[in-house]
Design a protein around this ligand. Structure first.
Ligand code: PLP
Ligand code: COI
Length: 340
């Protein structure tokens, strides 16, 4: 029986669901992995994750389609990105096939919590992995736990798909040659002070510039940028220190191959930004959240699309992507994985 939740008014928060997946790495290998109803984790006070932040995570969603199927969107790319995160943090790779199996198991076991079609909510799935054995000298742990839970969520930004206002941050999120390109918990720890400060000053998010020169656009704390030029081209920033967003890659594919638009993935100078017609934040949680205003130390960049509605190109991309996810538009080969 479907859970009794106020689906239409869900925020982006944690609601405990009945089952989660757990697998342990010990003596050089992963165990079988299983579902559990235990949401608490008991680890040593000296665990690698607690001392040296040895942890990485992923984020993907499950959707109820118009014809009542439950599907996930490109989970293979999350599995692959988690491999890259693990490798960079000296953690063992969790096998891709097992990752996909875990997604299927967690969603199926919690199917009553997958929000209904048309509610605007989705099931957010959070795979994560951490060093669980003791380390006191700075080195990788010997033992790890891989977990995956899920929680029904509404829009990431309050107000749903209303344009948000962001500011150029004086704090950096990622260093050149650091860990910005992987989904390491430490990147988000780096951003916590900046986001609290931004919220206190009335902004929804931070725009991070490249840490070395502060002249190029990087991303926000939880999403990549997507810009639209006055003549309808899509431009997305390229940098070695931003997270390669699966949503951004998918939107660019949609723009180029379905909507017949021109797409440029290249370094974007901050000074170019005022010349764009539309700006959006793209990510699993953000989907595409339109940006209406960017504050650069008191100088405001106002996009012509304004603060009331999504710009027309952003809207078209949003409708096409969510249409593919919700089964109202045909999906490119391999994008949709049905949960039986
Ligand atoms: N950038 C950051 C820093 C993120 O945390 C996320 C969220 O996962 C993204 C970008 C968007 O990535 P994706 O579209 O794969 O969710
Ligand atoms: C996601 O979109 O999956 C993320 O991890 C972003 C996070 C800020 C919620």
């Amino acid at each position: 029986m479907a859970a009794q939740l106020d689906w239409k008014n869900l925020g982006f928060g944690y609601i405990k669901t009945p089952y989660r997946y757990t697998a342990r790495y010990r003596d050089g290998k992963w165990d079988e992995g299983r579902l559990t109803d235990e949401d608490k984790i008991v680890i040593s006070e000296c665990a690698g994750v607690l001392q040296y932040a040895q942890t990485a995570f992923e984020g993907l969603k499950a959707y109820t389609t118009r014809d009542g199927k439950i599907v996930t969107f490109r989970p293979d790319l999350n599995a692959e990105r988690m491999e890259q995160s693990a490798a960079r943090l000296e953690m063992p790779v969790f096998p891709r096939e097992k990752f996909l199996e875990a997604v299927d198991m967690v969603v199926a076991a919690n199917r009553d919590y997958v929000p209904p079609y048309g509610s605007g909510a989705t099931l957010y799935i959070r795979p994560f992995m951490f060093g669980s054995s003791e380390v006191i000298g700075v080195k990788p742990a010997k033992e790890y736990e891989f977990r995956m839970f899920c929680t029904p969520v509404g829009p990431y930004f309050k107000g749903g798909i209303k344009p948000i206002s962001i500011r150029v941050s004086d704090f950096d999120r990622a260093a050149p040659h650091g860990t910005g390109h992987i989904k390491a918990g430490l990147n988000y720890a780096m951003s916590l002070h900046a986001i609290v400060d931004a919220h206190e000053k009335g902004f929804d998010e931070n725009m991070y510039l490249d840490a070395a020169t502060r002249t190029y656009v990087e991303e926000t704390g939880g999403a990549n940028f997507l810009f639209v030029t006055g003549d309808g081209k899509i431009v997305t920033p390229k940098s070695d220190s931003i997270l390669p967003s699966i949503t951004r890659q998918s939107l660019c594919y949609v723009a180029e191959h379905i909507l017949g638009m021109t797409v440029e993935h290249r370094p974007v100078k901050f000074e170019e930004v005022a010349g764009f017609a539309e700006c959006g934040l793209c990510g699993t949680a953000a989907v595409i959240s339109p940006v209406g205003k960017i504050d650069d130390h008191g100088r405001e960049i106002l996009f012509p699309s304004g603060m009331d509605e999504m710009g027309p190109v952003t809207k078209k991309l949003y409708d096409t992507l969510t249409g593919i996810q919700m089964g109202t538009l045909p999906a490119p080969q391999g994008w949709i994985r049905e949960i039986k």
